[in-house]
Design a protein around this ligand. Structure first.
Ligand SMILES: C[S@@+](CC[C@H](N)C(=O)[O-])C[C@H]1O[C@@H](n2cnc3c(N)ncnc32)[C@H](O)[C@@H]1O
Length: 508
């Protein structure tokens, strides 16, 4: 086997930020699922396995200056990009390692005991031997009470679409041309098969979803998603069984609304699950009920269940803040159900500034747990975010340095599509126009009142360089033209609505 163990190494994976990997998000997932979390307001250690271009771990390190962060990847191009971003932002608490999972499992790197270990897009995309290295690594370094986040392609939800991956992989194996051309041909092949009436392409929802991704997504993403030799969707029972060897107990999903079964399972389905005592089997049954194709599991080494009082104590340490622009809406529809009215009231309350969960519970005259359920729904819809009270005191300087580095990069390309917030203990997805406005604002005096016309003119000039890197006639070029045409309106909206959010979240 080569150094890359059959894993795609000739095309870089696009940079991305994943909020689920934030220490705060994972501790909140534990709280919502009734398990003792790791406190994030004191020094802690964090490791991201297979970090790719390192956007997530750099944002997390910048927004938790009191945490010590490590990441690894065996692809030197990925490591170099992650280090460059960390260096530009002078993140002294970030160490990017060029090492394989085998090296880490064998203890070849000097590491402290870890509070958090996360991996995004790794576990079901690598060989079984590499999965075993990850289990050994976790067993070796994770502290008792430490948290693991792992996501994976799951069964039974992938059953219908498995042959599409095989088609792409076989095609790649038989056509040893450069990767981008290979994917272009594979796209074409799948389309032609479908148009020729191949019975496999039966218009099922799952298959249509994958075909749309195949037509739309970048070659870098598609290669890493489909063309690794170890690629294999997994049953939760098998993943939880393997991780048990490292002392891990399943806690729940990083998809926060899944902690509230009543919202997505019928009474009959809940009764069915309630009758199953064995957690691994229960969770696997849930996947049959939902036909799950992607899982985001949270585990703790030695999970300790919390009683109601203890859990309420943790919920009382949480706040909520708007992360998106809330449209002005007419008076509540009398026919709207209780939840819609409550969600609206929460958003309206947050429009006047961040609130504690306790304040919102008092406003609605309900329990903290009831508010947490609604908040989880709003957070999953990217309308609001949870934060730990006291996070406004976190030193914002590293996050601001990283945001400036990302904004400066955005004048050259569109790779890093998120900015860091120390208040959230994580990042916020931010489009190109937002990052270019950030670049202009970062260069202005802190108390200067921005002039929308002037900022729009400067953003237009920064955007100009992007046209030079676009293929003429490509969808990317069309998107740039569209952005440029609507720029005065977009910039005015960013200054009016996004700038206050950046300030509240200590991002600027
Ligand atoms: C799909 S990418 C995900 C990157 C990043 N986690 C993200 O989601 O943006 C998987 C990453 O794992 C790395 N990787 C795969 N196998 C590895 C191994 N055996 N040792 C170290 N890194 C590995 C790849 O180089 C790649 O950067």
């Amino acid at each position: 086997m080569d150094w890359n163990d059959g894993y795609v190494a000739d095309l870089d994976y696009p940079a991305a930020y994943f909020a689920e990997q934030s220490p705060c998000h994972l501790s909140i997932a534990c709280i919502l699922n009734g398990v003792e979390p790791v406190p994030t307001d004191r020094p802690f250690t964090y490791f991201e396995l297979g970090a790719g271009m390192g956007l997530t771990s750099n944002i997390l390190a910048a927004s938790h200056p009191h945490g010590r962060f490590y990441s690894n990847d065996f692809n030197p191009a990925h490591v170099a990009a992650a280090r460059q971003l960390a260096d530009e932002a002078q993140l002294e608490n970030m160490t990017v390692l060029e090492s394989s999972f085998a090296d880490l499992a064998a203890g070849k790197v000097d590491l402290p005991p870890l509070d958090y270990i996360t991996m995004y897009g790794i576990y079901s995309w690598i060989t079984p031997a590499n999965r075993q290295y990850l289990v050994e690594f976790i067993g070796r370094y994770l502290k008792p009470g430490g948290i693991v986040y792992v996501n994976y392609n799951a069964l039974p939800g992938w059953t219908r679409t498995l042959p599409l991956q095989r088609l792409l992989l076989e095609h790649a194996n038989c056509n040893p041309v450069p990767r981008v051309a290979q994917l272009e041909q594979a796209r074409e092949l799948a389309r032609k098969l479908s148009e020729a009436g191949a019975a496999f392409f039966d218009g099922s929802k799952q298959l249509d979803y994958r075909m749309a991704s195949l037509a739309r997504d970048k070659a870098g993403y598609l290669a890493h998603e489909y063309l690794n030799s170890g690629w294999e969707p997994l049953y939760h029972a098998d993943v939880a069984g393997n991780l048990a060897a490292a002392g891990l107990d399943f806690v729940g999903s990083a998809d926060l609304p899944l902690a509230f079964e009543g919202d997505y399972l019928t009474a009959q389905q809940q009764a069915l699950l309630a009758g199953i005592a064995e957690p691994r089997w229960r969770e696997t049954m849930r996947d049959y009920l939902l036909n799950t194709s992607f899982r985001e599991d949270v585990y703790v080494r030695g999970a300790r269940s919390m009683g109601e009082e203890r859990r309420a104590g943790w919920l009382a340490r949480l706040g909520m803040v708007l992360t998106s622009v809330v449209e002005t809406v007419p008076a509540p529809d009398p026919a709207a159900d209780d939840d819609s009215v409550a969600l609206r009231e929460i958003l309206d309350a947050l429009a006047t500034g961040p609130k504690t969960l306790a304040e919102l519970a008092r406003l609605r005259c309900v329990s903290l747990q009831a508010i947490a359920r609604l908040a989880a729904r709003l957070a999953a819809a990217d309308k609001i975010a949870f934060f730990f009270l006291g996070s406004e005191a976190v030193d914002p300087a590293p996050a601001m340095r990283l945001n400036r580095a990302i904004a400066a990069q955005s004048t050259l390309g569109d790779h890093y599509q998120a900015l860091a917030s120390p208040r959230l203990g994580g990042g916020l997805h931010s489009g190109l126009a937002q990052r270019l406005v950030y670049q202009c604002m970062a260069q202005a005096a802190p108390d200067a009142k921005p002039d929308a016309h002037d900022v729009s003119r400067r953003v237009a000039s920064l955007l100009q360089g992007h046209f030079a890197t676009c293929i003429p006639g490509s969808p990317a070029e069309a998107a740039l033209h569209q952005l440029r045409e609507g720029l005065p309106h977009t910039v005015a909206a960013i200054l009016a609505y996004r700038l206050p959010i950046w300030r509240t979240l200590c991002m600027l």
